[in-house]
Write a protein that binds this ligand. Structure first.
Ligand SMILES: Cc1cc2nc3c(=O)[nH]c(=O)nc-3n(C[C@H](O)[C@H](O)[C@H](O)COP(=O)(O)OP(=O)(O)OC[C@H]3O[C@@H](n4cnc5c(N)ncnc54)[C@H](O)[C@@H]3O)c2cc1C
Ligand code: SF4
Length: 324
């Protein structure tokens, strides 16, 4: 792994000031939380920086209550917590392995770099194919998935928590030296495999919060992966619903592992909810979600299979909805 300077600030202000200081000196840096994504990328010499700022020393990022989870809370703490919504714990339990989850964090999971089989490879391998646009080593190389262009990267967002957080109405909170801002988590992501999200230079995710009605929502998360032991989602579908007197009052569906962003399928959920007809509505919903996703060929399974499986996963995620 190329050497880098590791900065470990102990307050949020210190971290944001360090970022500003490095930027003013013309130095590029990365934030690091658990490092379970960043360090493997650094070991493969993928877009490494000379400076890395750790968020691990900032106490306020570790706060976890039923309606708030700090960016530095580990995924295993979320799995074992009795206070967070059970669907968040369930989705977290499907991420990687226990050992990885003990270091991996909520913030790192939300901000996970997009993935592509032309990109997540060793430096020698990538050099042997003359690189690609996302890590072109100054060559101006084209994208290998959408060829003959080097403007767009369609690497796939393969983190598990985002669709569940979207379906539970989470708000994401960001901080920089200039301002603190928040937005629905569904507005955080950007359809670009390189930019990935709305974070500006020097800005971090500090925590997420949930609305007061969080525990009135039920739901399920279904994931397709090659090996159950620890693989990234090849497709992931979260479905949540709220009942009032046995009647479905609200419904949300979101997907991950299929495009450069996780997607909240508001229109499809609303159409299914209007004139709700139990099993038939679930069949229509599964088909309309399948139709709306657009996977490309850059992960393990072919796009056509992942698309087909979206229908199956949606139906499975609705099982408890039909039982209630
Ligand atoms: C073998 C293996 C299997 C895996 N399987 C899965 C899986 O099944 N599902 C899944 O979702 N993930 C999986 N992962 C990826 C990863 O472990 C998790 O997504 C983890 O949650 C990342 O969190 P982290 O704290 O380690 O992130 P880091 O590696 O520290 O950071 C990841 C990225 O987010 C940025 N970042 C981190 N925190 C912040 C913040 N607070 N604000 C702004 N930017 C930030 C970093 O700069 C970096 O770009 C796997 C990883 C490995 C090695
Ligand atoms: S989608 Fe294209 S530019 Fe992005 S990582 Fe893959 S090959 Fe590279």
């Amino acid at each position: 792994m190329p050497p880098f300077n590791l900065h470990i600030p102990s307050t949020l202000d210190e971290a944001l000031s360090k970022a500003s200081e490095l930027s003013s000196a013309g130095k590029e840096y990365d934030w690091i939380s658990g490092g379970t994504d960043l360090i493997p990328n650094y070991k493969w010499h993928i877009n490494t920086k000379k400076d890395v700022i750790s968020l691990s020393g900032i106490d306020e990022l570790y706060v976890m209550t039923p309606l708030r989870i700090g960016a530095m809370v580990s995924l295993q703490e979320i799995v074992e917590s009795n206070s967070v919504h059970p669907l968040i714990s369930q989705a977290a339990s499907k991420i990687a392995s226990v050992m990885i989850r003990r270091s991996a964090t909520l913030g790192g999971n939300i901000c996970l770099d997009t993935r592509c089989f032309w990109f997540n490879q060793t430096e020698e391998w990538r050099e042997s194919i003359d690189w690609c646009h996302k890590c072109d080593c100054g060559t101006g190389a084209d994208c290998r998935v959408i060829p003959n262009q080097n403007d767009l990267c369609v690497a796939t967002y393969q983190a598990d928590l985002a669709p569940v957080l979207m379906c539970l109405g989470a708000t994401i909170h960001l901080s920089s030296l200039d301002e603190s801002r928040s937005m629905p988590i569904s507005e955080f992501f950007r359809l670009d495999g390189m930019t990935r999200n709305v974070l500006k230079k020097g800005e971090i995710v500090t925590h997420i919060t949930f609305p007061e009605d969080l525990f009135e929502w039920e739901g399920d998360y279904q994931k397709l992966r090659q090996r159950e032991s620890w693989d990234f989602p090849e497709a992931g579908v979260a479905v949540t619903w709220k009942r009032e007197g046995g009647v479905i009052e609200d419904l949300r569906v979101a997907t991950t592992g299929l495009e450069s962003v996780p997607v909240l399928h508001t229109e499809q959920a609303m159409e299914a909810l209007e004139g709700w007809d139990g099993k038939d509505s679930v069949t229509k919903l599964s088909e309309s979600v399948r139709r709306s996703v657009k996977p490309v060929l850059n992960t393990w399974y072919p796009p056509s299979y992942r698309k087909k499986m979206v229908k199956v996963l949606t139906r499975r995620a609705c099982s408890a909805l039909l039982e209630g």
